[in-house]
Design a protein around this ligand. Structure first.
Ligand code: F6R
Length: 366
């Protein structure tokens, strides 16, 4: 059942190229300039009436939602707020008929996410559900649906569901941008074509897993590990830190790189492993200067950068290059080495990778 792999998690990490492809199939393709979403009934007229989008989810799905905010605001120019479902439901958010709510839930059964969906509906918002389980509660109760076709995810730590949630965010952003006319067709084609090449690029990256394994073998005993990034890299840093916490029980924290000076840099000691995410072209120099600051204080840095950024190599201990892509799409590739790092670290530490202590796959109670 594990298809020759030692754990479900590593099997599911390897299934990502296929999961990404399946989630795009029939929705975006080379022969059409439109995004096709069969279970979304929103019209251009409806969209004119929408002045605010909420994205609500928990855990890893919340991290995918953060990417959603960034891409929807950038491409469709509609204000987006992202919320943790357990916070959203108790804070009296301002929702009305002009609100579009997007809930993201792999299982479609998470209690807080479902409660947030119900609350939004009760107040007249339209709801799009992004879920991986056909016929789940979230799928049944939302008025619009977008399935992530990741296939069953068995490992408690989410990997392939997360990357398909990212794809869903890009698809929704493109859909809204085309619907409200905020994106010229040339720009649409550029992003679409690049998305269609992601499965192949994810495959290329998986072939480099030994590099990550080596770093994990050298650093698995350290008590803390920090993740840094700016913009979309920050959202992926949060996901990378969550992954390692969940399955290897190390203390991991993600920081927006620009926040370092405002406190967290005090935690850096000789030998502290720091994972620095530097895929964003327009923020590269800023992130690089943050990397230098932590190196000065003794950090051992693994950087993730886009191919072609040779500068990265000069400054850090190790660099994993991700295949060149649009910086907007980088999270899909960049998360892969972080998943591998969490996996190999957990294996080194002898942890129960697929069933980490204290965690359940689906959180159906508060
Ligand atoms: C982390 C993880 C959890 C889930 C969260 C939401 O690897 O799996 O953080 O992402 O419990 O679950 P769903 O997406 O089923 O609502």
């Amino acid at each position: 059942e594990k298809g020759g792999y030692e754990h479900f998690m590593i099997k599911e990490i390897h299934e990502q190229p296929k999961a990404i492809r399946d989630t795009m199939t029939s929705r975006i393709s080379k022969d059409s300039d439109e995004v096709k979403l069969d279970d979304i009934t929103l019209t251009a007229e409806d969209l004119k009436n929408i002045d605010k989008i909420f994205i609500v989810a928990c855990g890893t799905a919340y991290h995918a939602g953060m990417v959603g905010k960034y891409v929807i605001e950038k491409l469709a120019r509609i204000p987006v707020e992202v919320d943790i479902a357990s916070e959203f439901r108790y804070r009296k958010p301002i929702i009305n008929g002009k609100t579009l709510m997007i809930v993201i839930s792999q299982s479609g059964e998470t209690a807080d996410t479902l409660a947030a969906l119900r609350e939004a509906k009760a107040q007249g918002a339209r709801v799009i559900a992004v879920t991986n389980v056909v016929g789940s509660s979230v799928a049944r109760e939302a008025d619009n649906l977008l399935y992530t076709w990741a296939g069953p995810e068995i490992a408690v730590a989410s990997t392939k569901a997360y990357v398909t949630q990212l794809i869903a965010m890009y698809i929704i952003a493109l859909y809204l941008a085309r619907l409200n006319g905020s994106m010229p067709v040339e720009e649409y084609r550029t992003i679409r074509d690049e998305m269609l090449s992601l499965p192949e690029k994810a495959e290329e990256l998986l072939a480099k897993k030994e590099e990550v394994q080596k770093f994990a073998a050298q650093n698995f005993m350290h008590k803390d590990i920090f993740y840094l990034g700016r913009g979309l890299d920050y959202t992926v840093a949060l996901e990378g830190a969550l992954k390692i916490k969940e399955i290897s029980y190390l203390h991991a924290e993600a920081f927006a790189a620009g926040e370092l000076k405002h406190g967290p840099i005090a935690l850096i000691e000789q030998g502290t492993p720091v994972i620095a995410l530097a895929s964003q072209e327009d923020l590269f120099d800023k992130t690089l200067s943050n990397i230098k600051e932590v190196i000065t204080r003794g950090a051992k840095v693994l950087a993730i950068a886009m191919e072609g950024k040779k500068d990265a190599e000069k400054s850090v201990d190790e660099v994993i290059y991700i295949p060149k892509t649009l910086q907007l799409l980088a999270p899909v590739l960049e998360v892969i080495p972080l998943q591998l790092l969490a996996y190999y670290t957990a294996v080194q530490r002898g942890c129960d990778v697929d069933k980490p202590k204290n965690l359940a796959k689906s959180v159906t109670v508060e």
